[in-house]
Design a protein around this ligand. Structure first.
Ligand SMILES: *Cc1c(COP(=O)(O)O)cnc(C)c1O
Length: 395
């Protein structure tokens, strides 16, 4: 292919821009006009809608997925020194939640094709102190839940799923988040359902989900938010020292309508994902593996690995060049052991998790949002083509 100068697109394409509809805007305005902004009936409705969507028996809306992870791990009542195994290729919040729950994070490496936790690596990381496994469904692709479930059952371990990418994900017909004790979802601005900030715990045990709701609101007796309602003043009683992790009705106002459109948005992202698979074939990149049989991919991220040798430039140079082309890009993720805090606190070195480290050093995420037009997607493809073939082919 001959290289021709192509002008960058005029406006910067924001990575992970949310698609907000009129229904969300109207619902937020209605909340504002009603004067009830905080936790209330819209949060309760969002919880029951989310239970219906995922098929989970119990749900608790909270302020973020980070809060959902923290409270889920607390609800496991881990003893000091307990170890929780998670992926070396995840967002820092996954690991920080383990630390704040008073447990010790233990990293396991990923499968280089799926970028999901490798069940054999999990089994190898188990010690007498292991109490739980915390997989993340990377980019919306489900982990091998048969194998992970087996490992957990054989060793009597709890299972908490980080479903931040996986709202629409299913594995062998079952919804992500419903395989173990808890599933934790995110409604952060870049995620598949958006409430600004927001999260959800799905659970199979009613008592534990009640505990999570209590911990999310200062440790006060259940439904303490009703104390200002027209049912008459009710005293709340503090049962334990909790947190301020509740979701507001203002946030749920967005979530109710985002969730109603979740399948429509996923269909659009699937089209974009396919357009990338076709448009980027043949470039010095490794494209994502096709979804596995009998699973449902949530198409949360579209991540490619840069073949630095063939492209003639480093991953970070691709990131810079793409930004110069007015295309917003992301990195999911620099492997956890690349960060100084974890190196200092746990003595971790990136070489101990070679697959996660290699992905983290070569990966780049392209925009994948229901908001993208076909022209936006073509701009991304054109920019990637231009950037990655500039040096490889003669001008
Ligand atoms: C976004 C994300 C989180 C944190 O979600 P918040 O709602 O922002 O707290 C946790 N884990 C993963 C894998 C994520 O992508």
């Amino acid at each position: 292919m001959s290289w021709a100068p192509v002008r960058p697109r005029e406006r910067f394409l924001v990575f992970g821009a949310p698609l907000i509809g009129e229904a969300e805007i109207d619902e937020v305005v209605a909340s504002l006009r009603s004067g009830w902004l905080g936790t209330g009936p819209k949060v309760a409705r969002f919880e029951s809608d989310f239970a219906a969507y995922t098929g989970a028996p119990y749900t608790a809306a909270v302020g973020s997925c980070t809060a959902a992870l923290h409270l889920s791990l607390l609800a496991l009542e881990l003893e000091a020194g307990a170890e929780v195994i998670t992926s070396a290729l995840t967002f820092c919040a996954t690991v920080n939640a383990i630390i704040h729950a008073g447990a010790t994070p233990v990293l396991a490496d990923v499968d280089p094709t799926t970028m999901n936790l490798d069940p054999a690596a999990v089994a190898a990381a188990i010690t007498p102190r292991t109490r739980a496994v915390l997989p993340i469904h990377f980019a919306g692709r489900p982990c091998d839940m048969d194998a992970l479930g087996d490992v957990c059952r054989r060793h009597g371990l709890a299972l908490v799923e980080d479903c931040a990418h996986a709202i629409e994900t299913t594995y062998h017909g079952r919804h992500a988040g419903t395989f173990g004790d808890f599933g934790c979802f995110s409604f952060y601005v870049t995620k598949n359902v958006v409430t600004g900030e927001g999260g959800m715990v799905v659970a199979r045990d009613e008592a534990r989900v009640e505990r999570i709701k209590r911990l999310a609101l200062h440790g006060m007796s259940a439904d303490a938010w009703k104390r200002f309602s027209d049912e008459g003043y009710r005293h709340y009683l503090v049962r334990e020292a909790g947190f301020k992790y509740n979701m507001m009705d203002l946030q749920a106002a967005l979530g109710l309508h985002q969730l109603a459109r979740v399948e429509e948005s996923r269909r659009r992202r699937e089209v974009v994902w396919r357009r990338y698979q076709g448009g980027l074939a043949g470039l010095p990149l490794e494209l994502p593996a096709e979804p596995e049989k009998d699973t449902r991919h949530a198409y949360h991220l579209y991540t490619v690995l840069v073949d630095e040798e063939r492209a003639g430039l480093a991953r970070d140079e691709v990131l810079t060049a793409m930004t110069r082309e007015n295309i917003g890009v992301g990195v999911h993720y620099l492997a956890i052991p690349e960060h100084p805090y974890y190196q200092e606190a746990y003595g971790w070195r990136p070489e101990q998790w070679p697959q996660a480290t290699a992905v983290g050093r070569r990966t780049i995420s392209l925009p994948l949002s229901a908001k993208l037009t076909d022209a936006d997607v073509d701009d991304v493809v054109t920019a990637v083509r231009k950037v990655t073939t500039r040096r490889a082919s003669p001008a």
